[in-house]
Ligand binder design. Structure first.
Ligand SMILES: [Zn+2]
Length: 194
């Protein structure tokens, strides 16, 4: 089996930080006791930072005022918003990445969750043993996947079991938590990109 991960061809610098506006959180989000969107986002970033050769990533919280959509404005943003256009309803979340083509370094990256779906922050300790809320998508599960895109790891594309279990597998289910833990595919991608 070919164990090489698919790469986007860019990388993030150590110290890359995203800003999340807590006022962007949907009012109907379901939070497990003691957890928050902030704790989920930070755990996702840490899963890539703490892996071998992973870039140092961080998340900060700041009230950014009105909704800001994806833009190459020098601000790495995370937020919730209503996606529009063809296929918008099916999209759970998306990452936008702008790259300096001469250096291969990503210069701006924004990640948005689609408010067309119901969201939860589940106890990641349940991963592997059980699942989160069966009617909602888990923030940490989806965000760990989305961060993989600006990190430089592209979707797994093989039908075999190992690649379907990758954090960078292209689809996700309600209640799914297994993407909070990087799989061999994702770790190979990191080593390939850094
Ligand atoms: Zn993806």
């Amino acid at each position: 089996m070919d164990n090489d991960a698919n790469l986007h061809g860019w990388r993030l610098l150590d110290g890359t930080s995203w800003t999340y506006n807590p006022n962007s959180t949907p009012s109907d989000i379901l939070l497990s006791s003691g957890l928050s969107v902030e704790s989920a986002l930070k755990a996702s970033a840490a899963s890539w930072s703490n892996a071998p050769s992973g870039p140092v990533l961080s998340i900060t919280m700041s009230d950014l005022g009105a909704f800001i959509g994806p833009a190459a404005d020098g601000e790495n943003l995370i937020g919730f918003g209503q996606f529009t256009g063809k296929g918008a309803k099916q999209t759970l979340a998306a990452a936008w990445t702008w790259v300096d083509e001469t250096t291969g370094v990503a210069t701006d990256t924004d990640i948005f969750f689609n408010t067309s779906h119901k969201w939860a922050v589940s106890d990641p300790g349940l991963a592997g043993a059980a699942c989160g809320d069966p009617d909602r998508y888990d923030i940490q599960n989806i965000f760990t996947h989305e961060v993989g895109h600006p990190v430089g790891v592209a979707h797994s594309d093989d039908g075999n079991d190992g690649l379907r279990k990758a954090t960078m597998a292209p689809t996700a289910s309600k209640g799914e938590l297994r993407k909070v833990t990087l799989a061999d595919y994702d770790l190979n991608g990191l080593i390939g990109a850094y």
